[in-house]
Design a protein around this ligand. Sequence first.
Ligand SMILES: *[C@@H]1O[C@H](CO)[C@@H](O)[C@H](O)[C@H]1NC(C)=O
Ligand SMILES: *[C@@H]1O[C@H](CO)[C@@H](O)[C@H](O)[C@H]1NC(C)=O
Ligand SMILES: *[C@@H]1O[C@H](CO)[C@@H](O)[C@H](O)[C@H]1NC(C)=O
Ligand SMILES: *[C@@H]1O[C@H](CO)[C@@H](O)[C@H](O)[C@H]1NC(C)=O
Ligand SMILES: *[C@@H]1O[C@H](CO)[C@@H](O)[C@H](O)[C@H]1NC(C)=O
Length: 328
Amino acid sequence: MAKRNELSLLVLVAMAVVVFLSVQVKSEVAAGSYTTEMQEAVRNEVKAFPDLRPGLIRLLFHDCFVNGCDGSVLLETSRINGTDGKTEMTSAFNGGLRGLEVIQNIKKNLGTKYNITCTDAVIYAAREAVYLLSKGKIAYNVTGPGRMDGVISRSEDPAKFLPTPSFTFDQLKESFRNKSLSTDDVIALSGAHAIGVAHRMFVDVNTLDTPVSYQKAVAVELSNGTDVIKNNVRDFGAASGYMDNNKERMEAKGVLDNSFYNAISQKMALFPSDRVLWEGAKAKVTGYKDKADTWYIEFGNSMEKLSKLPATSDPSKIEIREVCSKTN
Ligand SMILES: *[C@@H]1O[C@H](CO)[C@@H](O)[C@H](O)[C@H]1NC(C)=O
Ligand SMILES: *[C@@H]1O[C@H](CO)[C@@H](O)[C@H](O)[C@H]1NC(C)=O
Ligand SMILES: *[C@@H]1O[C@H](CO)[C@@H](O)[C@H](O)[C@H]1NC(C)=O
Ligand SMILES: *[C@@H]1O[C@H](CO)[C@@H](O)[C@H](O)[C@H]1NC(C)=O
Ligand SMILES: *[C@@H]1O[C@H](CO)[C@@H](O)[C@H](O)[C@H]1NC(C)=O
């Protein structure tokens, strides 16, 4: 979410489609589940790029929220481009898109062995990034390999679906509802802002709803001209006034835990769309802040839902890509 920071045919053709679809279903069954062996293999690919883990979670969000999980965010060429001739990845919403090399490696090294598609790779990489960043606290179920890749990627689509950092709580809820996701999913998934970075362009903290000490700390972080700033105030070098009476959590820098909820209860988050959760859902936020285990489970459940958002099943618009950045 950062920078923020989804056949009417002749009878003969119809029959061919039916045959095609039944083959599809069989191969998914044949491929089975996302086994422990595959989890370890994908995890090793993710481990090779520690800095890209937060980016892999964002990649899933930006893929699945826009026309369902179909790997369309990875495409440099598409069978139907945007009105400007470009693909999703060129949208301002996808600025600073990271982790593409991890996806390519998963496809290259494990694709044939385990029938992992580009879409599967996005889903699995995010799952293992969550697992690693949470120190093994969050592990959720994903579907077995064989999810089909889309062939259409349009530059204008991300803006139609993805929330922006300036969204109100009502707008956040609506954008999630548009994807059949609930208010609880909004609140649970926002906790991913415990990790990762935001582009300075989207940082908006000099408002009455943030403490002055936090505004100053953000200014210090940005003072060296860097384009990006860590989302989590806990990870700042400078004094910010941030407090956490949970010592273990306070010291767990760079870890995906429930610290986001402690930070927003102090109005210390970079985006208005993070801070609105406190006023909008105090009880839920307080619950997550006080009970890490509840958030681990509910974040995992919401990630599982996100990873299953349906894409088109129109056979003319799907394939198994050979290379993740291009249609076949
Ligand atoms: C991969 O899929 C093909 C056909 O879709 C199937 O024949 C093969 O057994 C599958 N391999 C694995 C490892 O699941
Ligand atoms: C889509 O854009 C890419 C890159 O700009 C270009 O190579 C490709 O030919 C375009 N495809 C169509 C169908 O316009
Ligand atoms: C994952 O699926 C298995 C088998 O259906 C189930 O026992 C387990 O509770 C599920 N785990 C989660 C986190 O939902
Ligand atoms: C939700 O979907 C409707 C209908 O497509 C659209 O007009 C609206 O802008 C969407 N809302 C958000 C917040 O994305
Ligand atoms: C300066 O820039 C780097 C990124 O290049 C960043 O990690 C660091 O936290 C920034 N801020 C300060 C105060 O050093």
